[in-house]
Design a protein around this ligand. Sequence first.
Ligand code: SF4
Ligand code: SF4
Length: 315
Amino acid sequence: MQYRHLGNTGFKVSRLCFGALTIGPLQANLPVAQGARVLRRALEYGVNFIDTAEYYQTYPYIKEALKGWTSGVYITTKSYAYTREGMQKSLHRALQELNRDYIDIFLLHEQESILTIKGHWEAMEYLLQAKQAGKVRAVGISTHCVAGVTAAASIPEIDVIHPLINIDGIGIQDGTAADMLEAIKSAARAGKGLYGMKALGGGNLLASYDRAIQYVLGIDELSAVAVGMQTIEEVEYNVRVFNGEEIPAALQSRVRRKPRQLHIEEWCRGCGACVERCQAGALKVVNNKAVVDKKLCRVCGYCGAVCPEFCIKII
Ligand code: SF4
Ligand code: SF4
């Protein structure tokens, strides 16, 4: 496993970052013990970087996977909180549910521009105080927007940026892959630590896996790339790809390359809560039923968390 310095944080993270969203309730919804085994296998292969968020509901998996694990691990989490009190609650919850004394990296979740960062600044100020108190080691933002990266690069207090980047620019809200790449390079020059997300376009690039992964691994400014994994085979597969090793045919055939997609059950009552939640504009209500535009959907599963009828699944 290769390790890279993450900007000026002093952290040396594995190039492969375990994206924990996929094992949790918003996607595969694995039993905690099973999801923890998948994560533990990644740790055994040398992955030392875990990406999660309060919204993903995966703290119990991470806590379980780390039981008895004595090597160093860096955990990123994120919160949508925009007030001091909200962020205080988010940090307290993360520390308690992960059973940690500090959080390595705490990000403002899904920031779009300088305006949204300003709107969340009270929460960021709380994180900066927590950093001084040793409860958080680095702060930053996650973003699907070029404008989010550019804004964060200009803010001295921000240590880490977690941008969406993939070869086809799937899911970038305000530009192309080339625009995002330019913003990433400029943020790296400003000393920010960067690690990418959605290298596979939320599953849409699974059919072009090698091309998509080689693209992000070729971006030197990304210290790591978060990849969602749901099975031990997927962990083995990704570790080999990141290490530049051959993939045995048997493993190749065990890892299904079927693109994932959003499925809406027929009992949807058209309340529109999911439409409001989707920042990609991929949902609308037609004839009292939610319908998804597959070209816009990033297959993040975020909409599933707000459906009162539990009718949204990633399959
Ligand atoms: S939130 Fe659920 S019930 Fe409401 S429109 Fe969306 S899928 Fe249908
Ligand atoms: S429709 Fe749901 S899964 Fe697709 S991008 Fe929107 S929130 Fe994510």
